[in-house]
Design a protein. Sequence first.
Length: 112
Amino acid sequence: NVHKQLITSVQEAGGEITKIYYCPDLAETDSVNRKPAIGMALKAKAEYPDIDFSKSIMIGDSISDMKFGKNAGMKTVFITHKHTDYDLNLIDTNFESLKQFADQLKMNTNYI
């Protein structure tokens, strides 16, 4: 239901989500699909061979999201509403909200 609502909201705003990948596996399973492993990225690449990870952006609110992005060769955007100490090698840029990042992209599409 969450994914359906997300897709609908994005479509109503003029955007498109082609597919959503998620991993329901528990941490103790050591699944290749759990972040920061890049199994889900490789699955997407197999289904959509034109994906270029070097031109992709991982936007997330956890350090495992940032590790996933870096492990896959993507740019990373960390969304955090509070100041936290984090490894600057994992994060290309950060914003307080997804909206703030989207507004920046509207002003400058070459931002990242």
